[in-house]
Ligand binder design. Sequence first.
Ligand SMILES: Nc1ncnc2c1ncn2[C@@H]1O[C@H](COP(=O)(O)OP(=O)(O)O)[C@@H](O)[C@H]1O
Ligand SMILES: C=C(OP(=O)(O)O)C(=O)O
Ligand SMILES: [K+]
Ligand SMILES: [Mg+2]
Length: 566
Amino acid sequence: MASLTTDLAFITNYPMVKASCMELGKKVFGVPAPPRIIGFNGRRSKSFSTRAVMQVDRVVEESKNADFLGLDVVTETELREKGFLGLRKTKLVCTVGPACCSYEELEKMASAGMNVARLNMCHNTRNWHQDVIRKVKKLNHEKGFCVSVMIDTEGSQIHVADHGGPSSVKAEDGSIWFFTTEEFEGCRPFTVQASYEGFAEGIKEGDELVVDGGMATFEVIERIGNDLRCKCIDPGLLLPRAKLSFWRDGKLVEKHYELPTLSTKDWSDIEFGISEGVDFIAMSFVRDDDAVKHLKNYLSTKNKFIKVLAKIESLESLHNLEEIVEASDGIMVARGDLGVEIPLEQIPTVQEKIVDLCRQLNKPVIVASQLLESMIEYPTPTRAEVADVSEAVRQYADALMLSGESAIGSFGEKALSVLRMASTRMELWSREENQQPAFPKCKIGVSLTDQIAEQICNSASRMANNLGVDAVFVYTKHGKMASLLSRNRPIPPIFAFTNVESTQMALNLQWGVTPVFFDLSDDMDANMTKTIDLVKSKGLLKEGDAVLIVSDAIPTVYQSLQVKIV
Ligand SMILES: Nc1ncnc2c1ncn2[C@@H]1O[C@H](COP(=O)(O)OP(=O)(O)O)[C@@H](O)[C@H]1O
Ligand SMILES: C=C(OP(=O)(O)O)C(=O)O
Ligand SMILES: [K+]
Ligand SMILES: [Mg+2]
């Protein structure tokens, strides 16, 4: 079948709706099958005319054609509106839940800038998750989005069992409560069921039992076998699945439960993720590098290029931070559970330390939990929440994550737009105020080839900043050089052209990188000429624009760095 990608720009005096654009596309092309619209932009100009830009293609097969440029619709729209420097660098992860799981809602989230859809395997059924994953993939294929999929394991943790009781119970000051592992249906007054049998092991009278990092606090007054009798000393709410931790003399009682990092259920969720072709697996409650290495080995024996992210959410993981970061493909600062194990006032500095370490060691890092918590209920964020989001952006985290805000909140799309605005604003401010971060000090390359790649990327980033080029183009199979460029947080955006789908989807999490699917050839000059011509033909590059070109597609044969004036 003929393989043709055509760009059309319609300029009308009336606001256009998508359906009429489709109609128009059909008329112009006169193709037997309706053309597939993968790009649509309804920006209003000053005169209230609307410019709708459509990219129409006829066959999905085109993506395998050398003349096909797999630039996603959201980036293309943003590029047309804001230019290269206006592209958002910080990536956005959204937890998908009942509030945003229909095809239409997912499309809205994708249009609003969701780069990665996260599925928390703690909740809902296998069928539900499967349905969401397939919808996201369908959106990518049919509508030209580029949204990666992440599953997040349930992991082993002690919490209050969700036994179908009321949504929350109040614990009054001085009231006496019984924490038990005995299973029961419904609810019993002043009785809380813990999810793990050995939860009270090593606990003594006088220890404090803290619920959800401070929602309520109890003093242990008696231990009866596996159960605890406690007095409420700081009243508050007990929510379903509330997290339990024990403290003694102001420090967490570190308990080494005989629980594996990946439970039987987690392994079966991982198998499910593999069979559905997810791009990331986030591992909950990682303690050390062993579990990460184990999963990575398992995936590589199955020849799966799924990236493994380690969630830092326990005190123990902080003790082993460097090994965990080294072993994993990326990190999530999971502040929700972390705040149960360390005093809350330590969260900001710990977050900064993790974000910095990840950049030094070249691993993408996500800052997660409670970023816009109040937006689960309200349509605007608190000022403090906006400050928190901006701080994560100022620290140059790769990505920000929404949890309940998108999963169960009524304002998921609005929350996403707050993240978008706040990150774009802070990125701009950092540039205007010349607050670019210092380049990472540590050298990570071990082999000479790796060291060469690293030095090329360091020099390229410096040149890109000093010359003020419009964009950096990198040709890459495994994403290595794209990530080494991103590590320096250069001013211009990085376009990573790759012919490996798993690389494209993995790069979606990296700061400042726009992954683009392109059928790379062994002829680097041809790759360069073709990509520049294709981007130019879309009207995205104009005469006089400067692009810095970096390549690692055939590492030992051809690594280069050059500046091309279009
Ligand atoms: N797939 C889902 N189905 C139903 N509810 C979900 C789902 N994912 C998330 N949620 C809801 O959104 C809330 C926030 O999500 P998240 O932070 O991922 O989970 P948790 O609060 O369990 O750590 C959850 O407490 C849960 O109520
Ligand atoms: C992201 C987190 O993990 P989860 O939502 O799975 O508890 C967290 O604890 O902050
Ligand atoms: K989880
Ligand atoms: Mg957690």
